[in-house]
Ligand binder design. Structure first.
Ligand SMILES: Nc1ncnc2c1ncn2[C@@H]1O[C@H](COP(=O)(O)OP(=O)(O)OP(=O)(O)O)[C@@H](O)[C@H]1O
Length: 496
């Protein structure tokens, strides 16, 4: 049965099969279709009725100002209330079999959007509470299997609102998902197919290439041996992201973007599994390994630059994760890369041991979870730059990542601050930024926030490089030392 209700005495909302009405602020009533009696359906947490303690679900509303209620329709009851002036007297027969409502409050992070106004199934749309992905909710009542009551943590509203239970929301998301046109899963590819597709990509790109840029073109002549501003300090090797990895990212960018849309856990299909993620406040014990710091941002925004700078400031405290690749003459095992056989690489890829992997010029490259863990276990803060689709792989109890999204400033500020900056493109190693790069950065940034924003612990606007570096430094400290909301699963003891 659906519910209708009124915020004040004057407002009535109801749907056709509805026999619930909200009286005053904080309760809904319903008509029992068998007995024709008017009952209190629900008491809204924090509302007037709840605070008075006088009304409970199941109470029979016998009279209002001396007028019998039996046989009336809920909207007639509301009309009576609307027309009443001064004190309104309710005669109520209490429901003596109150359900045990002593449940613990649960905190969750919404992993899907919800709009009561668009939900045909909500019993009482006016009592519903809209929320967006990423918002923290305090669930105060779960007595009803289908509809819970919750408050937003960052809201000052005293009154709770109706939200769908996990199962109701899953059902609704499933309906939405089935009504969407099917998406191709281009992400499901055997390892070997990367090479061929990359060549295709290059073909397309070559056609688009602007002649005036010829001098700067390096495409396939890019030196693989070339490290990128890598250097050693105090005997510690400090690496930026290797060019080969970044080139691979560039080459496969369009495909990975597609795959994000069709099968990433942030679309309606993915959130089906867990539309509410239970969370708790968490204070890291100083004795525990540091939390992983993961930077995410649109290409060119400065994620790699920030990461390198932070590590350079204090290489004894911060470190990147060593990547895996076949050994070359000039390289030293365990410095830029760890080296493993192709068989082992494929085995690790199949067993989800990489956060990210790819192939460039016949060589596989990857960042393994073990490499990150190695840094963390050494007591250093591991700072990595990841692609958004890798977020679910790192959101584990083992790594406990603090995810920072690096957002570009306004177009105007980008033009001003990036005058001497060089963009790294598939066609050219380093060229000046153009307006179209800035616009693409802005669009990608918006898309990433829409798709993945609920995973971001903080957003950092990279305007002035020195200032952003300082802010990043402070954020990293905050991640390690201050209390935060994290998935409850991270705090549970390991199963034997
Ligand atoms: N705040 C800033 N002000 C000026 N220049 C910046 C700023 N942030 C980054 N840059 C410069 O912008 C360029 C691109 O930065 P970076 O290489 O870190 O991009 P990215 O986010 O890692 O993207 P990609 O991985 O695609 O290269 C570099 O030349 C970097 O020095």
């Amino acid at each position: 049965m659906a519910e209708t209700h009124s915020y004040s005495y004057g407002l009535i909302y109801y749907s056709s099969c509805t026999v619930y009405v909200r009286i005053q602020q904080g309760a809904t009533i319903k008509k029992d279709l068998k007995t024709k009696e008017i009952l209190v359906a629900r008491v809204i947490h924090g509302g007037l009725a709840d605070r008075s303690g006088l009304l409970n679900p199941g109470d029979k509303l016998v009279e209002v100002n001396g007028r019998p209620m039996r046989g009336l329709e809920p909207e007639q009851v509301i009309q009576i209330l609307t027309n009443s002036r001064g004190t309104i007297m309710f005669k109520v027969i209490p429901n003596l079999t109150q359900p045990d409502n002593q449940q613990a409050t649960v905190f969750v992070r919404a992993m899907a959007d919800y709009a009561p106004a668009l939900d045909r199934t909500i019993p009482c749309p006016d009592a519903g509470m809209a929320f967006h992905k990423g918002e923290l909710l305090e669930i105060v009542d779960q007595t009803d299997a289908l509809w819970w009551q919750a408050r937003k943590l960052d809201s000052s509203a005293a009154c709770a609102g109706l939200i769908p239970s996990t199962n109701s929301l899953k059902k609704r998301l499933r309906e939405v998902w089935f009504s969407e046109p099917p998406q191709g899963h281009s992400c499901i590819k055997p390892l070997d197919s990367f090479d061929d597709d990359d060549d295709d990509d290059l073909g397309v790109i070559d056609l688009k290439f602007d002649d005036t840029d010829e001098d700067a073109v390096e495409t396939d002549e890019l030196s693989e041996e070339e490290a990128e501003n890598d250097y050693t300090r105090d005997g510690i090797y400090i690496a930026g992201f290797r060019r080969s990895i970044r080139l691979w990212r560039r080459r496969t960018q369009s495909k990975r973007r597609q795959s994000c849309h069709s099968c990433c856990p942030t679309n309606s299909h993915g959130s089906l599994a867990n539309p509410y993620e239970e969370v708790v406040t968490f204070q890291r014990n100083p004795e525990d390994p540091p939390r992983l710091i993961a930077l995410i941002g649109p290409s060119g925004v400065g994620v790699n630059e920030l990461r390198k700078r932070i590590i350079k400031i204090n290489p004894m405290k911060f470190q990147g994760a060593t990547q895996l690749r076949p050994l070359k003459r000039s390289e030293e095992a365990g410095r830029e890369y760890h080296f493993i056989s192709r068989e082992l690489f494929e085995y690790m890829a199949c067993n989800h041991r990489f956060l990210e992997y790819g192939e460039y010029k016949g060589h596989f490259y990857g960042t393994s979870v073990d490499a990150i863990k190695e840094v963390i276990d050494s007591g250093k803060v591991c700072v990595i730059d990841i692609e958004p689709h890798s977020i679910p792989s790192i959101r584990t109890k083992r790594l406990q990542p603090f995810i920072i999204f690096v957002r570009p400033p306004s177009l105007e500020r980008l033009r001003q601050t990036r005058r001497s900056a060089k963009i790294f493109t598939l066609y050219q190693m380093e060229r000046s930024f153009r307006d179209e790069d800035f616009r693409e950065m802005e669009q990608t940034s918006g898309r990433l926030e829409t798709l993945y924003g609920h995973y971001f612990d903080r957003v950092l606007v990279n305007e002035d490089l020195r200032e952003t570096c300082l802010q990043l430094f402070n954020l990293i400290q905050h991640a390690q030392e201050d209390q935060q909301w994290v998935p409850t699963a991270w705090t549970l003891p390991d199963e034997p």
